[in-house]
Design a protein around this ligand. Sequence first.
Ligand SMILES: [Zn+2]
Length: 351
Amino acid sequence: METSRQLQVPGIGTMGASQILHNQIWITLSRYRTSKGNNLIVDKSIDFDQVDRESNWDDQIILHTMLSYLISMSMARAHRLPFWRSDGVIMTILLHMGPVEFLYYWFHRALHHHYLYSRYHSHHHSSIVTQPISAFIHPFAEIVVYFMLFGIPVITTILTGTASMAVVFGYLTYIDFMNNMGHCNFELIPEWLFSIFPPLKYLMYTPSIPPGTAQVVLRGKLSKVARAIAFGLCQRGIQIWLVGEGLTDEEQNKASKGTIFIPFSQFPPMKIRKDCFYHTTPAMITPPSLHNLHSCENWLPRRVMSAWRVARIVHGMEEWNVNECGESIFNIDQVWEATLHRGFRPLCVSS
Ligand SMILES: [Zn+2]
């Protein structure tokens, strides 16, 4: 009884803190090896975009800590745990080797199916050169599933009264350790992955608008914005697929190879064609004078702002006391001139 400990706020808080420290050691170690130019590292460094994208690696620890606290509050058996129980340790090892590894494998395979990959898992694999912490960079839903998965042995030992501090701390530290180690090698993504996820160079392809053609294909819900863009492009003699909200997979499949999809929607369309090119949603680079802007949308680069946000700012700065109610629309050229004048620049996706 003397050795029992509270697995409440102090215990769970300590776990979260030790996870942060553990991961930080891995990050520091890998940065040190990168700067030393150790031959184990592929001759390619991580870029700033990746550093930014992966800078929120501690979010999942905070989430885990909160979820763990909620669960422990509802389980009286989790409140006082001994330091060590051999039966619980063996149970954890067996549960990990059996159901957890099995479910993890199939869950990961499912994540590489196009449907889930494009919606969730591609975020993790967008890091070509991994750093240890890349292991923990996942969308919210994925993190919750991992939490439930790796919670199986812990919860089982608690329910069977075989849990110990060694199991809870030891198992979670083991998972973190394996994840960090598995991603610290700076391995390039294996060949087969490129067949699932098109190489970054294709994603970074510069969509150029072919001159001398005169057809505009409009897909998705038609709005006055769509009509205004179509009208503007027709006058300039341009051929392109402009896609709005509600673009279906069938419609995308009708596009000929090499088609450039330019969305005029708020959210980007699902990229189901690998032989076509997708421009970003309408967006502009913000003026350097605009401070404290990190990012606007998670599908746009740093300091790039969606056009409708830009419009709101320009509208305010120009003090236009008018509105675009109903079908009315402003003079596009005048708005464009004002926007450039305010320091916003067109977004050129470079190859
Ligand atoms: Zn994967």
